[in-house]
Design a protein around this ligand. Sequence first.
Ligand code: PAF
Length: 285
Amino acid sequence: MSESPLPIVRTVADLRARVAGWRAAGERVALVPTMGALHEGHLSLVRLAGRQADRTVASIFVNPTQFGPSEDFDAYPRGEARDAALLADAGCDLLFAPTVAEMYPAGFATKVSVTGVSEPLDGAARPGHFDGVATVVTKLLLQCAPDVAVFGEKDYQQLQVIRRLARDLDIPVEIVGGATARAEDGLALSSRNAYLSPEERVIAGRLNGVLRESVNRLKAGEAVAGVEADALAALAAAGFQTVDYVEVRDAEDLARLGPGPALGPARILAAARIGRTRLIDNMAV
Ligand code: PAF
């Protein structure tokens, strides 16, 4: 078997030992948590982390607690050797790839649950999802104790949930959001895009266009309620089978806005399904 292009640790003890060595040398450490199946979006986060710190750790852990019983945990794409090579190329220094038993040993009984910001949108569509995310991210932040942790803006609600938990639990880490990487037609890069058939991929490309048109109308002062209703109709007309939500929300706490014009920082967020693929996207207003 060929050697991995970057060091891999699988236990919290080994992770802490590596990070302690860097800290002893006065180095600043960044963490980029992922579930693997890496694409340019993840790699842009690794490069962003590299500009914020002397050392970058990436984690790959397909976290079972954030998947619902009918979701794609078993089918979720996995390929550690390919991911490790991509991470090494992007300047990552260490891969933390724990087992489920390392992260959730027998008797594990603690849950981190963020109220408010985690409740609407994906929180409503995917019950328990954000508890799973909040719990595993809290663990990763405590295990690695990075100075900075980088998450993609593509999962905007997740980013806001993580910002909230880091503040609320006094975890001494700076949470940084990285811009969404997009394909040429604007489709947000996602590991789940691999599930799309060629026909579905064409439909998927319309999601960001609908959001972009909505943002332009909101910026021109149009009422939230009308823009949301038109976006919903446009997604259905484009061929999305179900739209879980397309909503304009407060950019910070994701509270409901409208029905009038969006005043102050806002974000439009959408989740829609084609075939077996659920896509999410969002944009600043
Ligand atoms: O965004 C993801 O890939 C995951 O939700 C995360 C943050 C790595 C937690 O499992």
